[in-house]
Write a protein that binds this ligand. Sequence first.
Ligand code: ZN
Length: 269
Amino acid sequence: MTQVLKLWPLLTATHHYDKSLSTRNVDAGKIIQAPILAYLIETKNGRILYDVGCDYAKISDTEKAAHYYNTEYFPFGAPNMQEEQRLPHHFVRLGLTPADIDVVFLGHLHFDHAGGLCDVCGATGHQPEVHVQKDELDAAHYATKTGEEVAYFDDEVVSQSNWKIMQGEYDIVPGVRAISSPGHTPGHMSLLIELPHSSPIILAGDAADLQENISQEIAPGLCWRNQDELAVSSIRKLKQLAVETKAQLWPNHDMNFWKSLKQFPEFYH
Ligand SMILES: [Zn+2]
């Protein structure tokens, strides 16, 4: 029996970039706008966040932005993030504060998924549990040490006492299942959410940026160590899971898809 009560998609920023960063070897030269999302899940056992968006300070502070979004590595610059898109502003509209978040589940540790941790942890002295896969943490440490993969920012990956380093698939609570979907990154995780009154939803995360990644089975542009076949097998796995569970499979950076969703503070249940 699912413990889930409600699900909210949260728009935390937007970014524009070359489409081939989302669809590997497809449509290079075409610029797209992409939402950067987090998802809030309310359950009978507490509140879970899937991803936390970007670190606002690294975008709003000109010096920090120049450092972290160095045009050598980020030719399209920093995402566009407004103060009111920070997670605490979403929480306030629901009568919540960061202290009401019990678990932060990080699907992977790229800057646009883990950077906003500072807005949820620490500010109030409250520490939610932060779940991340061991493979992902290892990759992030390696990437930041070597500079090999710039989408991992350095200080997101400092493991703290409240981090739960996980391996493989598991139920966060009954009705919220962590699904392994590596390829984009080594420890990438998607989430299967069983809603109380409607069909389940699978949050693909960056296993599938766009609908096209799912329908055409195209790997994401960024694949760890060019393991695009692994990324495609994860897309197929999620599609199969969606069939088996009669779930909707949601891509993560698809502007048109996001616009078709219920807009905050509306929710799924
Ligand atoms: Zn990513």
